[in-house]
Design a protein around this ligand. Structure first.
Ligand code: GLC
Length: 547
């Protein structure tokens, strides 16, 4: 594998599977069902690895795979060192890692260190009394002066973040569901237990973790009140009353991240390049770039990748996205590496969120995500521009929609089974089985039909991934904004590639581009010569190999 000194052309950073490759997020319940119970599973994923190899991804992140009562679909963990029986066995996971490895695909798991299930043995013990062995594993506080909650912190899922436990007369903190009690990261023993959990999975060949709620695990030790949200705060905060200043993103979280990085780096084989060590990818849900960058530490001692929610929550708008990317370029520590994504299991699918179910816009969005300077993460189904599936909020399985009653909170719409074919069962499960969530319009979007059509989004994504992987300018090359008319965004990657995307409703001409179109969202333009002026129709994007 690459030596640390084996720098990618034009780059200060070594070439690697996670910097130069494309990663792919799988919601395991919804990818492929091998046993006909309507729920996706690990054997199903293994049976579909050839799709991922064909697509060209170098790593997969699996949403939670650990035993859980599923109050929050796996994000309420009852055992950190095992596999959820719905998904299979630990042998199935070992076999998946091995089979993926044969295709040079690494496997990342989802680690949920902010909270456990209330059915985790630690919490069950903590409930037995104030002096219980594991009481201090969680955040307990006496009632506030008015006899109510200890402070004004609110749950991310609505309501107070505090739940009163009558038998022991104290409140416990739960920033999501009351059945997801927050762990106390001031307790040294918690830190040690998690070191062991990391090592347990690294020893099994897991190539790293996506770390859930990474920014919020350490809370203010004094439990100070959060300040009110102000009109200048990011629009995603405007539905809250208070801003998570003391309940999240505390400086001490960085001690934990440095500690995990040491554990991860120590796992790399001693004589191997650092890039063979497992990686840490954080769900760093902060909405200011200057709050995001510190999660990289020096660039070598905290997270390898810190998800950029400013980008996720931007509109598909040239000026908004360009400003965020320029901010990342200016603010990233020297050895750090960006990450870009447009869909996930919480925010929804880019085909709907960004593209309003207009496939041309989805193709333009995919072209952007796959050509920026940073690791692209695709969410399963992105490769066929799968939209959110409209579902009745009355029957939502997502606890957030059930709790708030707000249909727009229903995350089920982006967690529906992968449509492999248009046949009954969609190639996801047997024709007889009822999938755990309904399919969308199978005729409109399925893998088999798009595989047979070279002009499809699936082929576009595959070809963009292949181009990225064989073009050092598109992986490690610098980013530089180019002149472009309003509503369009153009950038150079390295010396040899330009990308231009028209996100406006009018035809535009981008000046100063000469070369040959390598890939266009309109495949009819592949190979076209560009003589200095590049015309783009609405929602069109191209990658140009420069003269
Ligand atoms: C993260 C997960 C989300 C989950 C929450 C609580 O935000 O991505 O799905 O509900 O954490 O664990």
């Amino acid at each position: 594998m690459n030596d640390k000194t084996d720098l990618a052309p034009g780059s200060q950073v070594p070439a690697s599977w996670w910097r130069d490759g494309v990663l792919y997020q799988i919601y395991p319940r919804s990818f492929a069902d091998s046993d006909g119970d309507g729920i996706g599973d690990l054997v199903g994923i293994r049976e579909r690895l050839d799709h991922l190899a064909w697509l060209g991804v170098t790593g997969i992140w699996l949403n939670p795979t650990m035993p859980s009562p599923n109050d929050d679909w796996g994000y309420d963990v009852a055992d950190y060192c095992a596999v959820h029986p719905d998904l299979g066995t630990i042998d199935d996971l070992d076999a998946l890692i091995a089979a993926a490895g044969e295709r040079e695909i690494r496997v990342l798991l989802d680690l949920v260190p902010n909270h456990t299930s209330d059915r985790h043995p630690w919490f069950q013990d903590a409930l037995t009394g104030r002096d219980a062995r594991h009481r201090d594993f969680y955040v307990w506080a006496p009632p506030g002066p008015d006899g109510g909650a200890p402070n004004n912190w609110i749950s991310n899922f609505g309501g107070s973040a505090w739940t009163f436990h009558e038998p022991t007369g104290e409140y416990y903190l739960a920033q999501f569901l009351p059945t997801q009690p927050d762990l106390n990261w001031w307790n040294e023993e918690i830190r040690e237990r998690f070191d062991d959990i990391l090592r347990f999975w690294f020893r099994r060949g897991v190539a790293g973790f996506r770390i859930d709620v990474c920014h919020a695990i350490v809370k203010d030790r004094e439990l100070r009140d959060d300040p009110p949200v102000t009109p200048t705060d990011h629009r995603k905060l405007q539905h809250r009353t208070v801003k998570p200043v003391y309940s999240a993103n505390r400086p001490e979280v960085h001690d934990v991240l440095r500690r995990w990085r040491t554990v991860a780096d120590a796992h790399g084989a001693p004589d191997a390049a650092q890039d063979e060590a497992p990686i840490l990818v954080g769900e760093t849900y902060v909405l200011e770039l200057d709050e995001l960058m510190p999660f990289y530490g020096t660039g070598r001692d905290e997270l390898h990748l810190a998800f950029n929610f400013l980008f996720v929550h931007a509109d598909l708008d040239a000026a908004q996205m360009r400003e965020i990317v320029e901010g990342v370029e200016a603010g990233l520590p020297p050895d750090a590496w960006a990450v870009y994504t447009g869909s996930n299991h919480d925010a929804g699918r880019l085909a709907t969120r960004w593209a309003m179910d207009d496939e041309r816009r989805a193709r333009a969005a995919l072209l952007i995500v796959l050509t920026l300077r940073g690791t692209p993460f695709l969410y399963y189904g992105d490769e066929i521009a799968l939209p959110n599936v409209p579902l009745d909020p009355e029957t939502a399985l997502d606890p957030v929609a059930r709790r708030t009653g707000d249909p727009s909170d229903n995350r089920d719409v982006c967690r529906t089974p992968m449509p492999w074919t248009a046949e009954p069962g969609a190639g996801f499960t047997t024709p007889e089985a009822t999938p755990w969530l309904p399919f969308g319009d199978l005729a409109a979007h399925n893998v088999a039909a798009q595989k047979a059509d070279p002009a499809s989004t699936l082929h576009l994504v595959r070809d963009l991934i292949a181009l990225r992987r064989r073009t050092p300018d598109l992986t490690a090359g610098t980013y530089a904004t180019l002149d472009a008319p309003d509503g369009a965004w153009a950038y150079r990657r390295g010396d040899g590639v330009a990308v231009a995307v028209n996100l406006s409703d009018a035809t535009v001409s981008v000046p100063g581009v000469a070369g040959r179109i390598a890939i266009g969202t309109d495949r009819g333009r592949d190979g076209e010569a560009v003589d200095g002026t590049l015309d783009l129709r609405p929602s069109e994007g191209v990658v140009v190999e420069l003269e």
